[in-house]
Design a protein around this ligand. Structure first.
Ligand code: ADP
Ligand code: MG
Length: 258
């Protein structure tokens, strides 16, 4: 079954084609890496899939349903989850409180406020156990009562992933989940993401090719908003055009820093 399908999707910002005529199919249970130099259009592509920004052209389907014109909330209800490059947690609240709020918000959409509060009270123990399980899964079992501002950067990212998992997504879009992590935190996060499959279809953006290749079954390469190559990590590694793009972008980065 197809988890995510993009057909001829385009988006421009003031004349710049951020995403240009993209066709993409991700199968259920697959893990796909989306790589490409800075400014290639990777995050914009995610924003189009979630509906955070409207597309100019094209169609987007999730698990066979056309969601091109549906609002963000409807897409989340279709079991789409995502994380962001920039963190948005409640820093004064604890890990457990952040998880609780996130799961409460989702259930609220399905019921009236009073019904939700009543159910929350009745099911509080269940809910607590469920959230503790999530916290355990993302390596924060002993941090449930710690406030977010006391967590390390890596733990922040683990919590963000936990919050997304609490919504029980079937497909997860991860935007640079390793950014700013220490070596040990990267290993933990890589293993965590690997443990999600095949129940959860994963699309991961990472500018570190090694990370993307270690996680993904299939890789799509974006350059100037267009997909220029697609294949297994081995195929992409050997692809001349991809090698050139990465060498060029590395050189321009080096000269920026010089
Ligand atoms: P990536 O995530 O691959 O680094 P982005 O999707 O963030 O790339 O950006 C792709 C291009 O679109 C860039 O040229 C960027 O400056 C531009 N862009 C992204 N978001 C916006 C926006 N909200 N308004 C204007 N330009 C944008
Ligand atoms: Mg980005």
């Amino acid at each position: 079954m197809q988890a995510l399908v993009l057909k001829n999707v385009s988006k421009s910002f003031g004349g710049i084609d951020a995403v240009s005529k993209v066709d993409l199919t991700v199968m259920t249970g697959e893990s796909r890496a989306l790589i490409g130099p800075n400014g290639a259009g990777k995050s914009t592509l995610f924003n189009l899939v979630t509906g955070e920004i409207p597309l100019d052209e094209g169609r987007i389907l999730l698990f066979g349903k056309d969601l091109t014109r549906e609002p963000v909330q409807k897409r989340i209800a279709s079991q789409l989850g995502r994380t962001y490059q920039i963190s948005n947690l409640f820093t004064q609240l604890t890990v457990q409180e952040n998880l609780f709020l996130a799961s409460w918000q989702t259930r609220r959409k399905k019921a009236s406020l009073v019904a939700t509060l009543f159910r929350s009270w009745r099911k509080f123990d269940n809910q607590r156990r469920y959230l503790a399980k999530i916290a355990h899964r993302v390596g924060l079992a002993d941090k449930l009562d710690t406030t977010v501002d006391e967590l390390s950067h890596g733990e922040n990212r683990q919590l963000e992933l936990g919050i997304t998992l609490a919504h029980r997504p079937r497909i997860l879009l991860l935007d640079e989940p390793m950014a700013g992590l220490s070596a040990a935190e990267r290993i933990f996060m890589t293993e965590l993401i690997m443990s999600l499959k095949p129940e959860i279809t994963v699309v991961i953006i990472d500018h570190d090719i090694d990370v993307a290749f270690s996680i993904a079954d299939q890789v799509s390469v974006l350059h100037h908003g267009a997909i220029i190559a697609e294949g297994s990590p081995e195929q992409i590694e050997k692809n001349r055009e991809v090698q050139q793009i990465y060498t060029l972008s590395r050189q321009s980065k080096d000269s920026d820093h010089a």
